[in-house]
Design a protein around this ligand. Structure first.
Ligand code: DNO
Length: 350
């Protein structure tokens, strides 16, 4: 297992020098954040990013993410050209020596919360989600009202996009995912890149949009689309754990044994009602994710890839990118390594 940490590039308030001082963290998870969605990534940009990480004494281990253009998810005729561009990026990533690529197939909205600073009992703040509050969000003004989304889509673009998705039900989205994977995975495999789909977060429909990567049956279906280790999963305990019906240790065991868990996001959540949860500190006892059982299952299944502490709370007065401050994620990284070490000896990168 390699302990990694997400870094959002030069604009991230958390520096590589900070990350370098977290015990045991050796890998960086990052992306070319200024690359326009749908265009092929430049080798030059990737090399510069890798060099920057290298100079800080770390290694660029994972790309998270190369976003999938909405036209691919919608199955529009333009998708072939966009998939070609995606494939070009995958080739560059492989040539640059990066082995894991995390992506998602969520229509329009990536991870979604209704509160970015829910105050917990200890005075820290955490990300939270409540379906009733989501229903109160008015999308007719674009994504402006949505916590964490800034002005990603203006009102008109968003309305057109939501309208286009009316023709895409879950089955159609699966078909479009299969079309994408059939084209991309063989190339990924040939250049030594393992794709790792991120589960839907939260793992249920939001705003009436189809969401398909939500449970064990979906992951089972996913890995069968292309039977290759390059067609794998980002096992995100927080996303999958928001649905109490998901048996995380069983899923971790099943898919790590099958060699299909290519990346782990370790995060804890507390489910507070139907389709309602908030994030918590990483250790198992604070939430509903039995982290010891999950990591034990991953270890038993032979997982040896990158893992990162996912979202942290804001503690000690830190101000930063929601979910991605330094302090609580650093505590998470040390907790996860301690747990891993206790589960099998060795510790750290073994
Ligand atoms: C949220 C992240 C996601 C993830 C994408 C992968 O904090 O886990 O935004 O990066 O879904 O494509």
């Amino acid at each position: 297992m390699e302990m990694t940490f997400r870094w959002f590039g030069e604009t991230d308030p958390v520096s590589l020098a900070n990350i370098r001082q977290i015990p045991g963290v050796t890998g960086i998870v990052s992306a070319l954040y200024d690359a326009p969605v749908g265009e092929a990534w430049s080798r030059d940009g990737l090399d510069r990013l890798a060099q920057r990480v290298d100079d800080a004494g770390l290694r660029l281990s994972v790309i998270e993410s190369v976003p999938v253009h909405e036209d691919i998810k919608l199955g529009r005729p333009t998708r072939d050209r966009l998939i070609e561009n995606y494939i070009d990026s995958v080739r560059e990533i492989g040539d640059a020596g990066i082995r894991v690529l995390c992506y998602n197939f969520m229509p329009v909205f990536d991870w979604t919360r209704t509160d970015l600073a829910l105050r917990l009992e200890d005075g820290s703040t955490a990300l939270a989600y409540d379906d009733d509050e989501l229903k109160r969000i008015d999308l007719s003004k674009g994504t402006g009202d949505l916590p964490g989304w800034g002005a990603a889509y203006d009102a008109r673009t968003l309305a057109a996009l939501l309208d286009a998705y009316r023709a895409v039900n879950e089955e159609r989205l699966w078909e479009n995912l299969a079309y994408f994977l059939d084209a991309v995975v063989p190339v990924a495999e040939s250049v030594g890149v393992r794709m790792a789909i991120h589960p839907d977060d939260p793992p249920w429909q939001i705003f009436g949009l189809p969401r398909i990567i939500a449970n064990a049956a979906a992951l089972e279906r996913l890995v069968k689309i292309v039977d290759s280790p390059a067609n794998g999963i980002t096992f995100c305990t927080g996303s999958l754990g928001a649905d109490p019906a998901n048996d995380l240790p069983a899923m971790a065991r099943r898919f790590s044994t099958a060699g299909r868990i290519n990346f782990v996001h370790a995060r804890n959540v507390k489910v507070t009602g139907p389709h309602q949860f908030h994030e918590t500190p990483h250790p198992g006892k604070f939430g509903d994710v039995d982290m010891r059982k999950v990591l034990g299952a991953l270890r038993d299944g032979g997982f040896d890839g990158p893992m990162r502490p996912d979202h942290g709370r804001m503690i000690w007065g830190e101000k930063g990118r929601p979910g991605y401050g330094l302090y609580d994620r650093a505590l998470g990284a040390t907790y996860l390594q301690g747990l891993w070490e206790g589960l099998g000896g060795g510790g750290g990168n073994d």
